[in-house]
Design a protein around this ligand. Structure first.
Ligand SMILES: Cc1cc2nc3c(=O)[nH]c(=O)nc-3n(C[C@H](O)[C@H](O)[C@H](O)COP(=O)(O)OP(=O)(O)OC[C@H]3O[C@@H](n4cnc5c(N)ncnc54)[C@H](O)[C@@H]3O)c2cc1C
Length: 455
């Protein structure tokens, strides 16, 4: 029997993960269609007109999977920097607490420490957030009122742009540091720093070309297989044919789609109202990436800083020139540095990037990350709007996915990746690459899709 033809939509980490694996298996009957002229999806990087490199938000490489580690080694070899995470939370204007906030309460003013500890003690006595019905209640139940109000509520509201009571708690696993009360108390009493939590406490970053370098190198393995400028418009599930906006098309036996699942549901022909209705239960937000290229040396071990203050539009600022000197023009960090900030916004909103950049500079000055005189040293004001940045784990998400995914699979469609699977808890690069790899394994040899099927 002839081999199945596999069409892959999207040359981001998931699509390229699938392609890489098929290539590795020696399977030849596949092709990638990508709407842009670039590869890497949200994990690509851009160079601005002044020679500063920017990612689409702060990306760092860390991994839960040996296959992904080996792939990174193969793609980057020694051209990689390793960094120890040094991350802080700025409270109010310029009070700094090491990340994770809840583990380092001793940095707070005494009255806030007392409030946080009392709240945490009460939460622990009440059994934690296990029975909570939503993310807000889980936060209160797990950390108590003090920590919730000082950090978890304001920070998460900025990132998710969604009322926290409308979010589920199903994504939390290794995304939020849950620390027991004894440790919180000991850290305060013994004046102990506790900063090593989490899978990204150490991370890697490509020496050249930003995060996108990984995916450019992957794509170089099979350039003839990737067709750019091909935006998927329709999927005829009866004839197993994809059509692109430019009027061309192709047939498939199996489709791996990494396009946003809500949009895919609307591309299915014949129209399937059940899928469209389910897709209405999927919510996302968008991102404004703001870059400041500075003619100034910044020597720091800091990686990224979180902001809770509502006057500061961004939720995070990254010392991007600390990740690699080649993120600044000519690799000259004696002369240049760069800060990259991220602001989430809701679908339908249209923030004014220039105005937000001004507010961000003010916020960075208030936080003492920049001086007043640095306004003159800004040589590049960069911005990029990123549509579909966070797949929001709303209360209705899982019900929608339970309808969409089996129905699509029945039609030979694997919807995988950050927005293909629409599960933030498996939405990082390592998860995405592995979802692609495992989809390929499954299609060719019946291998298990462990990442996609993980609960
Ligand atoms: C702000 C931010 C910070 C992040 N930080 C990290 C981090 O530190 N570490 C980490 O590991 N991960 C991080 N991530 C996650 C990372 O960006 C994603 O895991 C990864 O890019 C997802 O890969 P993907 O291929 O599933 O989707 P995408 O990256 O979205 O790629 C999908 C591809 O499909 C193409 N496409 C979409 N629709 C169509 C269509 N109709 N026709 C043809 N092509 C189409 C797109 O152009 C794109 O190239 C971050 C993400 C964001 C938003």
């Amino acid at each position: 029997m002839a081999s199945k033809k596999i069409v892959i939509i999207g040359a981001g980490p998931t699509g390229l993960g699938a392609a890489y694996r098929l290539n590795e298996l020696g399977y030849d009957n596949w092709v990638v269609y990508e709407k842009s002229d670039d590869v890497g999806g949200h994990s690509t990087s851009h160079v601005d007109g002044h020679g500063f490199v920017w990612d689409e938000g702060g990306h760092v490489i860390f991994s839960h999977y040996p296959y992904f580690d080996t792939l990174i080694d193969k793609m980057l070899g020694k051209e990689v920097h390793e960094r120890i995470r040094e991350s802080w939370i700025v409270q109010g204007d310029d009070s700094w607490v090491p990340y994770p906030f809840q583990s380092n309460l001793r940095y707070l003013p005494k009255d806030v420490q007392v409030k946080c500890l009392l709240g945490a003690a009460k939460a622990a006595a009440n059994g934690g957030g296990r029975d909570a019905k939503n993310f807000r209640d889980w936060t209160l139940g797990t950390f108590g009122e003090g920590i919730a109000e000082a950090f978890m509520f304001p920070y998460n509201s900025k990132v998710w742009t969604t009322p926290l009571e409308q979010m589920s708690k199903s994504w939390i696993a290794d995304r939020v540091a849950v620390v027991d009360f004894k440790r919180l108390l000991e850290n305060v009493l013994y004046e102990r720093d506790d900063v090593g939590w989490g899978p990204n406490s150490k991370f890697k970053f490509p020496l050249h070309g930003g995060t996108g370098q990984i995916y450019r190198r992957m794509a170089e393995q099979f350039p003839a297989k990737i067709h750019s400028g091909k935006k998927l418009a329709e999927v005829d599930v009866a004839r197993r044919r994809v059509s692109f906006e430019d009027g061309t098309g192709d047939s498939y036996d199996v489709l791996i789609s990494t396009a946003p699942l809500d949009l895919l549901a609307h591309m299915i022909r014949p129209v399937d109202e059940k899928l469209r209705e389910a897709a209405a239960g999927l919510e996302h937000n968008n991102l404004l990436v703001l870059g400041l290229g500075l003619k100034k040396k910044i020597e720091t071990g800091r990686c990224w800083i979180y902001f809770t203050d509502s006057a500061m539009p961004c939720y995070r600022a990254t010392y991007f020139s600390h990740y690699s000197p080649n993120n600044v023009p000519g690799g000259d960090t004696e002369k240049y540095s760069s800060l990259m900030c991220e602001m989430s916004f809701r679908v339908g909103e249209t923030p004014d990037p220039e105005r937000v950049l001004d507010q961000v500079i003010d916020g960075l000055i208030r936080a003492k990350m920049l001086d007043e005189s640095d306004r003159q040293r800004v040589v590049s004001r960069y911005h990029r709007v990123i549509a579909y940045s966070y797949p929001i784990p709303t209360l209705g998400r899982d019900r929608a996915l339970e309808i969409l995914q089996p129905a699509l699979l029945e039609k030979g469609i694997y919807s995988r990746g950050r927005f293909g699977a629409w599960r933030y808890e498996i939405g990082n690069m390592d998860h995405s690459v592995m979802m692609g790899v495992e989809a390929a394994n499954n299609i060719v040899a019946g291998g298990e899709e462990l990442v996609f099927r993980s609960s």
